[in-house]
Design a binder for this molecule. Sequence first.
Ligand SMILES: Cc1cc2nc3c(=O)[nH]c(=O)nc-3n(C[C@H](O)[C@H](O)[C@H](O)COP(=O)(O)OP(=O)(O)OC[C@H]3O[C@@H](n4cnc5c(N)ncnc54)[C@H](O)[C@@H]3O)c2cc1C
Length: 222
Amino acid sequence: VVHENGFVRLDGCMADDLSVVNAARVSFGTRKTEMDDSDKGLIGFLMRERHGTPFEHNSFRFHVKCPIFVAREWFRHRIGSFNEISGRYTVLENEAYVPVGEYVREQVGKPGAYTFTPLDKDLADDVSKTISDQVNQSFRTYNYLIKMGVAKEIARVVLPVATFTEFYWTVNARALMNFLSLRTHETAQREIRDYAFIVEGCFKDQMPITFDFWEKNGKVAP
Ligand SMILES: Cc1cc2nc3c(=O)[nH]c(=O)nc-3n(C[C@H](O)[C@H](O)[C@H](O)COP(=O)(O)OP(=O)(O)OC[C@H]3O[C@@H](n4cnc5c(N)ncnc54)[C@H](O)[C@@H]3O)c2cc1C
C-alpha cells in the first residue's frame, strides 16, 4: 500500500536468474537446470559488460494504483506494456492523493540539482487542507456533471492529476532495471520513488543474483 489509496501488486511473473544464464549460454549450445558459482560469475560479467539481451527473457506483471501524475511519469517507459482503467467507460472513484506532513515540501535550487525541504508543520497542514478542499470541489463538480447526464469522457476534464488511476504493467528485467535506475534515484519525484521501491523489492525477490550485480554495478541497467 502506498499513499493510503495506492498500491503495487506483483500480479504474475515468469522470472528467475537461470533464464539469464541460459539465454547467454545458448551461444555455446549449452543449458543449465541449476545455478552454480560459474553462472553467478556469468551474470556479473553480463551486467558489467552491459550485455543486456539475456536479461530480457522474463516477464513481470504489476497491478498498480497511483495518482495520475505518477502514472504519467511511469508511462514514459516505453519498453513494456500498459493497460489502464478508462475514464470514458468508468465513473472514476472520488479518490485523490493529498500530500501530508513531510511530503509537503519546498523546492530550492536549479533543475537537476533541486533540494526539497519539508515546510513548517502548521504551514504544511494548511497546504494539505487547501489541496484537499480543492480536490473535493473537483469531485463534487465531476459527480454533478455525471448526474446531469454529461458523458464520462467530458465530465472527467475537471478532475485533478492527483486523482487515482489503475493499470497493469508488464515488463522484462532489462527495462525494469532501467525504470528502477531512474525512478528510485534521489532526483526522481518522491511519490514515484515510493512506488518504485516496492517494484524493486519484487524484482529482488524473483531475481536475487541479477539484483545483486545490478546494485553492485551502481544500478546501471545493462
Ligand atoms: C528525474 C527525471 C526527470 C525527467 N524529466 C522529464 C522532463 O522534464 N520532460 C520529459 O519529457 N521527460 C522527462 N523525463 C522522462 C525521461 O525523459 C524518459 O522519457 C523516461 O525516464 C523513460 O526513460 P527511458 O526512455 O530510458 O525508458 P524506456 O522508454 O522504457 O526505454 C528503455 C530504453 O530503451 C531504449 N529506447 C527506447 N525507445 C527508444 C528510442 N525511440 N530510440 C532509441 N532508444 C530507445 C533506450 O536505451 C532506453 O533507455 C524525466 C525522467 C526522470 C527520471
